[in-house]
Design a protein around this ligand. Sequence first.
Ligand code: NAP
Length: 253
Amino acid sequence: MADTKSNKAVLITGGSRGIGRAIAIHAAKASYDIIFSYRTNLDAATSLYDELHALGAKAHGVQADVSTEAGVIRLFQFADEATGRIDSLVNNAGNVAPSSRVDSFSAARVNDLLALNVLGPILCCREAVKRMSTLYGGRGGNIVNISSIAASLGSPGEYVDYAATKAAIDTLTKGLAKEVANEGIRVNAVRPGIIDTDLHANSGDRKRPFKLQSLIPMQKVGTVDDIAQAVLWLLSDEASYITGSLLDVSGGR
Ligand code: NAP
């Protein structure tokens, strides 16, 4: 029977910094219990934990590398023990590699990106569906995958491999949405444009967002709050007839 007394719980991968952190804060303000994962940055995770508690939220952070199956399983076991329920999953953790042409890619670089940006989200979806689907006695749920507008643009000369991993996320979103539509689960994706986060330092230029501002039709870089608001809306009942959708939040790009 559904427990109507407890808050809904959202699991956010890579919640400690950037877009994931903003999603966690917006979710806390919307009265969700929060489970978030991080990879290595304990200071950032601790400061988010403190911020969520100051907002009055029940929050749980865990170190779990979601580019590995063992990390994904550990994350969901932690969530089971921490909250006993997972109503929503936000597949947010992801990364880019240094800007480069395809003819310079190493197999190791591409494998690392595939593990974090594709394998991890697919395995997180597997674990979420096992807990949410009415087929398994679950109460339904919601999945939002963080893709990228790069999936459509292709990111030539920067990171075509990253763009390809996000195209895989778009296809995952559409296919899984149809697979579980009649099992109480909605699956959607948000496709951010250029957002001001530390991610860009990993491509080799932390100032990249502002250097590319003129390419954005709205002529402004997006904020983490722009993305978090779209995610929270997709998770809400206001979006209850929406599944399999890719929502571009990119200033028109
Ligand atoms: P970010 O600022 O670099 O933050 C990344 C977060 O993910 C951190 O909390 C990091 O943890 C965590 N993380 C990284 N690798 C992980 C792993 N293996 N296991 C678990 N957690 C891991 O990145 P962001 O810009 O917020 O990006 C978030 C998502 O948005 C990504 O999927 C990205 O592709 C997508 N996106 C971003 C932009 C943009 O312009 N920023 C545009 C389109 C799409 P630590 O703190 O421990 O490192």
